[in-house]
Ligand binder design. Sequence first.
Ligand code: GTP
Ligand code: MG
Length: 200
Amino acid sequence: MVINNAEFIISCAELSKCPKPVLPEYAFIGRSNVGKSSLINMLTDIRKLAKTSSTPGKTQLMNFFLINGSWHLVDLPGLGYAKVAKSSKSKWEAMIINYLSKRRCLLSTFYLVDSRLEPQKIDMNFIEWMGKKQIPFVILLTKVDKISKFQLEKNLTLLKRALLNSWDEVPEMIITSSEKKTGKEEILGFIEQTNKIFKV
Ligand code: GTP
Ligand code: MG
């Protein structure tokens, strides 16, 4: 699939303010700074569509982007960013959890994991929570341009092993780099296939 058109639609903090749930939707989740917004820019080929920053905590609302006039990508704030005041941190997480639990048109989430790190508790807990809630997800390993093949293989093995503690099979995973455009075809192919199952 080719993205010919991508436009920002709305930023909001509540489910009731989100666009009507009539189009297929995909949301990007993961710890602050893992590369959610950068990946949206990479997929759409628009460098500044989603705001990115080298300091965590950049994305503070749910941001909706309409793609090819027919489906939405949603950029969410990061999970677990310690420097945000406790009140706004729990407010963000409550907003994300409410959105993920109730959004009817959400066909899948992309849960981003930093490929440079060994499995993190916060990621494992969140992935397990999505499993319990039966929220479909694909794991995206980010920033693979920053590590060696050897390190990547090592971290992948550790991640798979950690996931197999709570899953019978390893969930779907895609290796990505926004810098090198790694994983673009695979993510867009997944979306193209998944869009076909959407019913209003
Ligand atoms: P929050 O909005 O704070 O939750 O962060 P985010 O997950 O949206 O991360 P963002 O896309 O803003 O990226 C964070 C930093 O990582 C930025 O400095 C990006 O340039 C950098 N970055 C993101 N993806 C990649 C990648 O694939 N490779 C490299 N080398 N850097 C990346
Ligand atoms: Mg962001």
